[in-house]
Design a protein around this ligand. Structure first.
Ligand code: NZQ
Ligand code: ZN
Length: 384
């Protein structure tokens, strides 16, 4: 078990009807910028609930933040927020809105170009406080201090973290899941699944309590996925389990005392940056390659995963690992997601581009930097 430090200040308001409680979390009279996406919140009633809860505040709206939030859009929000001298931001949406809001909150108090935070040229000095109404369980952004920002003009996409990046509160109302399209439920299930494996399928000797939590999250996702993706109305209990799993999957909790990987994510971000694929889809493509190529380094944990998550114990170590990888890929495919690069018309050129980008950035990924650019190429090659 590694030494660790853990602190998470986010207040969670969980359950149906909790949006109304925002009224107690934001001081009356505040000037609030409400950030949201392309309009789903206007169709499912969440917008009306938020506006009612903010009746004692002055609301400035900034809608139209796209999936994989773009630097140019966020810069327009920063400029509006500065000119309106807002006091607080309320993000109403999925990971893209929350991440975009973290960038806006940091950029509003900064005179330079906030892209500096992403390149590491500057640290976030202070940020405007912000809260969240989560509408899509997936990223865990509602309870962590990370954000992933895209720049379409240069086909780039990078994560950044900062001490001021935690929301002050997050409303998790599972009824938001009722209106999610099948595609976004699949994305959210896969994203949560792979956040968990990034913190679980690494090295032997991690804390047993964290192993059991991680296995619990994975087994929950496998159990609820068929019901959440079936035709017909979704049940509140399944939506609530989905939301809790997603938040617990990436709020820092599963990372306590463990080695972390994140290679699948960093490779996946390149596929989104270069080809616009949904984040969850990129993970479903890359994951099998990472596990296949890194199977020796991850052997002990892959065997544990096979037994504890899929009940696979028969055969040689390699046979067991193959069966566990296949079961996982079938799980992703059962959600309607295609898992090969060729399914998306992506080939050798992209593999070469990603390899050379990682070489230029001197990136060695994975636990202890074991995923070198050579390995990245091999991972992608077996996904053609
Ligand atoms: O824009 P609207 O109209 O609102 O529609 C959205 C959007 O098109 C729709 N949607 C959201 N809630 C809905 C809904 N539709 C109907 N009913 C609802 N209740 O879903 C679409 C996708 O939304 P988005 O916010 O992009 O999805 P997600 O939550 O998957 O976020 C993806 C982004 O988060 C980053 C990803 O890289 C990507 O940029 N991530 C952030 C992380 C973090 N901050 O810790 C970690 C993750 O690994 C991830 O990288
Ligand atoms: Zn993710």
């Amino acid at each position: 078990m590694n030494n660790f430090q853990f602190q998470n200040p986010v207040k969670i308001l969980f359950g149906e009807g909790k949006i109304a409680e925002i009224a107690h979390e934001i001081a009356a009279g505040s000037k609030v910028m409400m950030t949201y996406g392309g309009g789903s919140i206007k169709r499912n009633g969440i917008y009306d609930q938020v506006i009612a809860a903010l009746s004692q505040c002055q609301v400035i709206e900034f809608g139209g933040i796209e999936a994989n939030p773009d630097y140019d859009t966020l810069m327009r929000a920063i400029s509006l927020g500065k000119s309106e001298e807002i006091d607080f931001i309320l993000a109403v949406g999925g990971g893209s809105i929350i991440d975009g809001t973290k960038f806006i909150a940091a950029g509003i108090n900064y005179d330079g170009d906030p892209w500096d935070f992403i390149t590491g040229k500057a640290k976030v000095p202070t940020a405007l406080p912000f809260g969240v109404v989560l509408t899509l369980p997936a990223t865990g952004s509602e309870m962590n201090n990370g954000a992933v920002i895209s720049r379409r003009a240069t086909k780039e996409k990078y994560p950044f973290h900062n001490d001021n990046g935690f929301p002050t509160f997050s409303v998790l109302d599972p009824t938001a899941v009722y209106s999610l399209p099948h595609r976004q439920v699949a994305n959210g299930l896969i994203d949560t699944f792979i956040h968990t494996t990034e913190q679980y399928l690494t090295t032997a000797g991690s804390p047993k309590v964290m192993d059991r939590f991680a296995e619990g999250v994975l087994r929950t996702l496998i159990e609820i996925a068929p019901r959440l993706t079936a035709e017909g109305d979704r049940k509140y209990a399944d939506c609530a389990d989905f939301m809790m799993a997603a938040t617990m999957g990436l709020n820092g909790f599963l990372a306590m005392g463990v080695d972390e990987d994140w290679a699948t994510h960093m490779i996946g971000h390149e596929l989104t940056a270069l080809h616009g694929l949904d984040h969850g889809v990129t993970l479903a493509i890359v994951w099998e390659g990472t596990m296949h190529i890194m199977r020796r380094e991850k052997e002990a944990k892959l065997l544990q995963y096979a037994k504890e998550v899929w009940g696979i114990t028969e055969g040689s170590a390699d046979e067991i690992i193959d069966k566990a990888i296949d079961s996982t890929e079938h799980f992703f495919q059962s959600l309607g997601v295609k898992t090969r690069l060729s399914d998306y018309g992506i080939g050798e050129d992209t593999i070469a581009t990603i390899r050379s980008r990682f070489e230029m950035r001197k990136w060695n990924l994975g636990e202890h930097g074991i995923v070198t650019p050579d390995k990245v190429e091999a991972i992608l090659r077996c996904r053609l």
